[in-house]
Structures are given as C-alpha cells and as structure tokens.
Design a protein around this ligand. Structure first.
Ligand code: AMP
Ligand code: MG
Length: 427
C-alpha cells in the first residue's frame, strides 16, 4: 500500500492557515497520516495488562456453563407459586461445584448456595432472607416475594460460546484479564509494544547528576515523556539530551529512526530557534512545522523520517514542560494509540462548573490545569491551579484534570459549565 505524504493529505483537508492551524485540523491531519504497526505476539495473561488485543477472542465455552443460583436460598419450580402462602418440602442441598442430582417435584425445593447448578426442573430461587419460615424439612413462602425465573443466572448470560468475548483493538484492562481467565484462556494475542525513542534538545539542558552551570536547567521533559509513554504501554528508548549541532542531531535522528516506531523530541521547534533541530528533521524526511492555534504549545513538528530502509513517525514537541505534556496528550497520544492498533474512543469529557472566571480569546484552544472536586451537593466543580505559565510544571503536578476551552469559546464566567478531561480514572 502506498502511504500518502503530508502534502497529499493537506491538499485533501479543508482550507487552513499554516500559521494558525486549529487543534482539530492538526489532529485530523495526524489521523490521516498515521498507520498502525501490525506485529503480533502472544503473551500470558499476567503480561497482557495494558496491551492491545490483535484479534477478536471468540468464547470457546458458555459462561456460566449451566443455569445457576444467584443467591443463597431455595430453588423450586416457578409454576408452583400460588396466590396464597405455600409450604415447600426440602428434598436436598446443592453447593457451588456440587450439584443436586435428584428430581424436584412441584411443592418441593432444594436448598441452594450461590453459584450452585440449578437442580433439574427448577427455574426460580427465593433468597433465604425472604422466606417466611424455614426448618430442616420445609420452608413457607408468602405470595409475591419472588416471580418465576427470579435469582437464576442463565447459562451463557455472561459470555456465549462461539460469540466474540473481546474485540480486536481492545486495550486489556483488569476485567478483561479476568474475562479471558473465565474462558480458560491463558494467553492473549497482542500487538508488539510500540517502541518510542525520546530525546531533548537545547544547549541549556543538563541531565540529573551533572553540574548546573549558570543559565542551565535540568532536563525534565524526558521524565514526563517517559511516564506518559509507559502509562500508554510503550517501550521507551531514552536517548538523553542531544547537543544543538548538526552532526549530533542528525546522528540522533538516524539512531532513533532505526531503533523505534516513533520519535518524540522536545525543544528546538520554535520560530527563531537558534538551533538545527528543524533543519535536520526536514532533511531526513517528510516533516511539517506547525504553528498551532492553542495554548500552551504553539509550535510543533510532525511527520515521518527514514534511515537505512527504516522509518519512524516524528513528533517534535515544544520545549516548555507544560506544552510538552499538553501536545503529547492531545496529539501524540492519539497517534500512538493508532499506531498500536488500539480502538481509540475520544477522550471522555466531563462537564463541571467553573469556580471562577477564566479569560479566553476565541480563535484558539486553551488547556488550563484544573482541580476537579465535588461541591456541597456532590456536583462536579473545577478551579484552575495557580499560575498557568507554560513553563510551570507545578501547575500540572497540582492539577487532577485539564480544562479545555475550545477554539471558538470566549471567556468563562464563574458558574459556567466547562469541559474537563481527567488525568486519572479507574480502568
Ligand atoms: P524551546 O521550545 O526549545 O524554545 O524551549 C522553550 C522553553 O522550554 C525554554 O525555556 C527551554 O529552556 C525549556 N525547555 C526546553 N527543553 C526542556 C527540557 N527538556 N526540560 C525542561 N525545560 C526545557
Ligand atoms: Mg531550545
């Protein structure tokens, strides 16, 4: 299959301003360009957490395998229920894993534990706490406490034999591992982990352990990027800080391209940047340099470079620590999931009441760092973390969500509803 170039894709997109590309246009552009890396491996269930399923898993069995009781109680024939109180004679007992094999006539019942196979002819269970009276020999049931069919789990109601239990592209979560185990399946076919090479550019950057000369700062971006990538299930190739000279940058891009599926750099893509990052990126492949209508994170480069017959997608993120995280979450993340072959639903947005006013100009997307909490009625409310400067990583560290102020949106008044995206959630 021939892969389209970025300019071919751009010619298909609606008119856009390259000096002020909207977030949604850039996201679309990336989506159209990126292809999945389809390399499959089989892993045991413990190793499958967070991995992307590479084929549908068809259930080989019914789960549950038999109709069984949902409660501790008494099983009987539902058609024996009458309008008046009725006594049922206890003819046996069934435990989970040890069934009752005898017949059950109308007017008889079997003591059953949760998970016990339903005795033959029985279709209804009355929970023990709803029985009017019980002794070793019989129970008495008042009318109306259960209906025929109540408290019976049906064979195959969880998973039916021959039907897909999990779909290709699913990112396996704890429930999915349990679900596979419930089918007796001990291995899962998954996509190979995506390899992502990262490096930082900038002569002012020092690595931890190095002396901090005047005007220098520690490189933090590699660590936030590492964390975000690991959470996404990627394998990280950390290439450190790369010096701002042609040879070092070219060598780093070649090595990254040959060892990874994608490359994420930070720094050096701003307008007027006195370094060679952009020049080298453009030299090695099909790369575009965007000015995005967003804050934080205006400059970004994106494309694909090639080296010795291998190619890799490239994300040149801005250098500011908050801008790195925002551009990663709203551009790179989706693209990486697409490369991983993951079924990728849009990030779930939640509406929350803004606790204060927020100034915002229409015509760009803004991502404010927020703290989401519950008001006295338990409804979601959000406030911005202190200073929102794009270099202030503390604003990210204190936040538990991002407030998204959309492209066309203007200023927000206290009490208005805003969209937020949460950093963490159960999965
Ligand atoms: P740049 O995009 O290279 O112009 O960088 C913008 C700002 O981010 C500058 O203040 C840089 O010093 C800072 N910066 C760039 N890279 C990093 C990094 N890896 N860690 C921390 N700050 C950085
Ligand atoms: Mg720089």
């Amino acid at each position: 299959m021939t892969v389209p170039t970025l300019s071919e894709i751009s010619s298909r997109l609606p008119a856009h301003n390259p000096d002020s590309l909207s977030v949604t246009q850039a996201q679309q552009w990336i989506r159209d360009f990126v292809q999945s890396v389809d390399i499959v491996e089989t892993v045991g269930l413990h190793a499958a957490l967070g991995r992307v399923l590479s084929e549908d898993v068809i259930s080989p069995i019914n789960v549950p395998a038999h109709d069984n009781s949902a409660m501790d109680g008494y099983a009987f024939r539902g058609n024996a229920l009458t309008a008046a109180a009725r006594e049922f004679r206890i003819v046996g007992i069934a435990y989970a894993g040890r069934k009752y094999d005898g017949p059950v006539a109308e007017g008889e019942c079997v003591r059953v534990m949760t998970g016990a196979v339903m005795p033959a002819d029985c279709d209804t269970v009355v929970p023990q706490e709803l029985v009017k009276s019980a002794n070793d020999a019989s129970i008495t049931l008042e009318p109306g406490v259960v209906k025929p069919g109540d408290n019976r789990r049906l064979k195959g109601e969880d998973l039916a034999a021959g039907k897909p239990a999990l779909r290709k592209g699913k990112i396996l979560r704890p429930a999915d591992l349990g679900l596979l185990a419930s089918l007796g399946i001990g291995n899962a076919p998954v996509q190979r982990r995506l390899r992502v090479a990262i490096f930082s550019t900038g002569d002012e950057l020092r690595s931890i352990g190095e002396r901090l000369d005047e005007g220098c700062i520690y490189d933090s971006n590699r660590y936030t990027l590492h964390g975000m990538l690991v959470r996404l299930g990627c394998e990280v190739v950390d290439m450190g800080v790369v010096k701002d000279d042609r040879e070092s940058l070219e060598a780093a891009l070649h090595t990254a391209c040959e060892s990874a599926d994608a490359i994420i750099t930070s720094g050096g893509v701003s307008v007027g940047e006195a370094d060679y990052t952009k020049e080298m990126m453009a030299k090695l492949g099909d790369v575009m340099f965007w000015q995005l209508a967003m804050r934080p994170g205006r400059p970004m480069s994106f494309g694909r470079i090639a080296s010795n017959g291998k190619s890799a997608y490239l994300f040149g993120l801005p250098g500011n620590p908050v801008a790195v995280m925002v551009t990663f979450y709203f551009f790179a993340r989706d693209a990486l999931l697409q490369m991983m072959g993951a079924a990728n639903d849009p990030l779930p947005l939640m509406r929350a009441t803004s606790q204060s006013s927020i100034r915002k100009k229409p015509g760009r997307t803004e991502y404010q760092r927020g703290i989401l909490s519950a008001d006295t009625n338990g409804h979601p409310q959000v406030r911005v973390t202190g200073s929102q400067g794009s270099g202030i990583l503390r604003s990210m560290s204190e936040a538990n969500c991002m407030i998204i102020l959309h492209h066309e949106q203007g200023s927000v008044n206290a009490g208005d509803a805003v969209d937020v995206v949460l950093f963490d959630g159960l999965c």
